[in-house]
Every structure is written in C-alpha cells, then in structure tokens.
Design a protein around this ligand. Structure first.
Ligand SMILES: [Zn+2]
Length: 142
C-alpha cells in the first residue's frame, strides 16, 4: 500500500524531529498529484505508530490542489477536482505542475508537561459539560 510506505518514511522523519518528546499532531501538506487518500494515510499512521514512542499521535493532512503552468501561454491553472491536466487558458497539454506534488511535514506539535495538564483540564470540562447541561464554555471560572 502506497500510504503505508509513506507512513514509514514519515515515521523516521517525525521520530528524529521529536527527539524523544511526546508527539501530539503531525501537520502535513500533501499535493493531490500524490494520489494519497488522507483517511487512508491517517489510518496507516495509526498502524505504524501503534506500539512505539509515537503511539497516540495523529496526522493533520492538508490537501494541496494541483497548479499547472502552461508552456504555451504561461498561464497558471488551478486543478481542483478533474484529473485532466490541461491549461485552463488555452487548453494546451504542454503544462508542468508547479504545485500538487508536495509531501511536506509543516509542523510537529509536541506535548509539553504544561500542555498535557491544560489538555487534561479541558477534557475534564468537556466531559463534565456533556454529562450535565449543555452550556457554553465558562471562561474565568477558575
Ligand atoms: Zn496555455
């Protein structure tokens, strides 16, 4: 599976970058020419990380649409859904992708001790609210 091998290389990158810290979220920009299905990628990430220092981390995949540059008229074309790669200006097929091929880790959120405490506090408030009355968050209640 394509996504699984991507996750393995991603795993190496994130492990090195995290340097032993607990990773919460890995933010990725993935070009649509990569033909990666974000949900599949996230699932493979969970499998890859299941029994290791990155267990519990999640991927936040930002899908980058394809942008083409035309060799004939030099217009740029944004391809959002179709997979027909032609110039939107003149219809030429002599185009090159200038965006849409990336597979980039943009940020890695690591959990620090303070953040973990805040998160636990927040989770506590959320579960309290769902168990009782649905009210909007009470700021300044501490
Ligand atoms: Zn053109």
């Amino acid at each position: 599976m394509h996504e699984l091998s991507l996750c393995r290389s991603l795993f190496e990158i994130v492990t090195r970058a995290a340097a032993g810290r607990e990773v919460e979220t890995v933010h990725l920009r993935v070009g649509q020419l990569r033909q990666v299905i974000p949900a599949t990628l996230e699932y493979c990430w969970e499998m890859t990380c299941a029994h290791g220092p990155l267990a519990g981390s999640r991927l936040a995949v930002e899908s980058v649409p394809v942008r083409l540059e035309c060799h004939d008229c030099h217009a740029t074309t944004l391809i959002e859904h179709a997979l027909v790669l032609v110039c939107g200006q003149c219809g030429s097929g002599r185009v090159r992708p200038i965006e849409g091929e990336e597979f980039i880790v943009t940020t890695i959120d690591v959990r620090t001790q303070e953040c973990a405490d805040e998160a636990a506090d927040r989770e506590h408030k959320v579960s309290g609210a769902s168990a009782g009355m649905a009210q909007t968050a009470q700021d300044g209640d501490n």
